[in-house]
Design a protein around this ligand. Structure first.
Ligand code: GRF
Length: 197
């Protein structure tokens, strides 16, 4: 069984897609052993608890500096002996030590077709605003391994989604989640858990 930790900051719909995929058997040989949020108000924490999964909140605000937070964060994760860390809408920069310690074992979902609309400053709705501003006709989502850069690690899966006339950033965000993110993130976890990558 692959021991998975999911890192979240918000609503946790991607977390929910993973939970549902484990329940339905779409993801095999993997279990979520902890969900960690930096945001105490994240609904994702409720989703974890409702599923009987340990939900941990660690906010950088509770620490005197980033170094202290990073140390506590790494220490906490070590308790769960994770094989895979999934960043599912996690808005905290992953510490360099963590990237090294878990090399090839951290994946992230990004709501665009990398290398478009990614890197510093491209998160949440900003990604979709930028896509609409540029006038692209196709966008999508990407699951990739995390390296020390921002959205620069090797790509695992991508799925394209059409932009439609009259889309707002919110409407496009929802379509990208429904048609791409909720599908490719569970699929990537299943691939990793079953050595197909
Ligand atoms: C998703 O769009 C994800 O791609 C991005 O943050 C959002 C998280 O949504 N990185 P949720 O918390 O999974 O609902």
């Amino acid at each position: 069984m692959l021991r998975v930790g999911v890192m979240v900051s918000g609503g946790g719909t991607n977390l929910q897609a993973i939970l549902d995929s484990i329940d339905s058997g779409k993801i095999q040989n993997a279990e979520i052993v902890v969900v960690v949020s930096n945001n105490p108000g994240a609904y994702a924490l409720e989703r974890a608890k409702n599923h009987g999964i340990e939900a941990v909140c660690l906010s950088p605000k509770e620490f005197s500096g980033r170094e202290e937070f990073n140390r506590a964060f790494l220490k906490k994760l070590e308790e769960y002996r994770l094989d895979l860390i999934v960043l599912a809408g996690f808005l905290v920069k992953i510490p360099e030590e963590m990237v090294k310690q878990y090399e090839g074992r951290i994946i992230n979902i990004h709501p665009s077709l990398i290398p478009s609309f990614c890197g510093v400053g491209y998160y949440g709705l900003k990604v979709h605003e930028a896509a609409l501003d540029r006038g692209v006709k196709v966008t999508g989502a990407t699951v990739h391994f995390v390296d020390s850069g921002m959205d620069t690690g090797p790509i695992i899966l991508q799925k394209a989604v059409e932009v439609q006339d009259g889309d707002t950033p919110e409407v496009l965000q929802r379509r990208v989640m429904e048609q791409a993110e909720w599908e490719i993130l569970p699929r990537a976890i299943d691939m990793i858990a079953n050595h197909r990558i």
